[in-house]
Design a protein around this ligand. Structure first.
Ligand SMILES: [Zn+2]
Length: 182
């Protein structure tokens, strides 16, 4: 058997053997995929499960929210690949359409429309605008723009823009569009 084929089989076997792993925090034997990677390139996972990591982070933030804020700012700057907000704007067209903004940490979302989606997203990123978006801006200020993901729902003709926006708001029921759904 060729050497490289053998090594692929060996790697697969190793993965199959290690299907569960005990979390060092809660002690529960979780499936391997419930652990974050410590190092994705060599496939090494953390010793604490995702739920425990999340819980730990929440407790940590509660202890010193200001220190956490500055830590996150630095972390986001140094790890742009992990935070979609840092590099979304270039993929968004300068066209007429409806878009959806979702906070990846809280799952809160907002649907809006604009005759130039990309310019509008830049405005959201800087967190200024009319009172109708105040829920969104409060959240952007709290979590920073890096925690938000933008999705273009539809590009359409300017004449039917508001009609299409209403359609998507009714369909997705985004919780940050309060004064539009009430
Ligand atoms: Zn755990």
């Amino acid at each position: 058997m060729k050497k490289w084929i053998k090594s692929i089989i060996e790697v697969n076997n190793e993965e199959n053997m290690e299907e569960n792993k005990e979390c060092t925090r809660c002690g529960i034997n979780h499936p391997i995929e419930t652990y974050h990677y410590a190092n994705k390139s060599n496939g090494i996972r953390k010793s604490v499960c995702k739920d425990c990591s999340y819980q730990y982070a929440k407790e940590h933030i509660a202890q010193d929210p200001i220190a956490h804020y500055y830590y996150m700012k630095r972390y986001v700057r140094e790890n742009p690949d992990k935070y979609p907000g840092n590099h979304i704007a270039k993929s968004i067209p300068r066209k007429v359409g409806v878009y959806k903004i979702t906070c990846v940490l809280t799952d809160d979302s907002y649907i809006g429309c604009s005759s130039n989606i990309r310019d509008r997203i830049y405005k959201h990123k800087k967190a200024y605008g009319r009172a109708k978006q105040k829920n969104l801006y409060k959240l952007i200020k709290e979590y920073s723009w890096e925690a938000f993901d933008v999705e273009v729902l539809e590009l359409c003709d300017k004449k039917i823009l508001f009609e299409r926006e209403t359609h998507y708001i009714q369909e997705h029921k985004p919780n940050l569009n309060n004064n539009k759904t009430k």
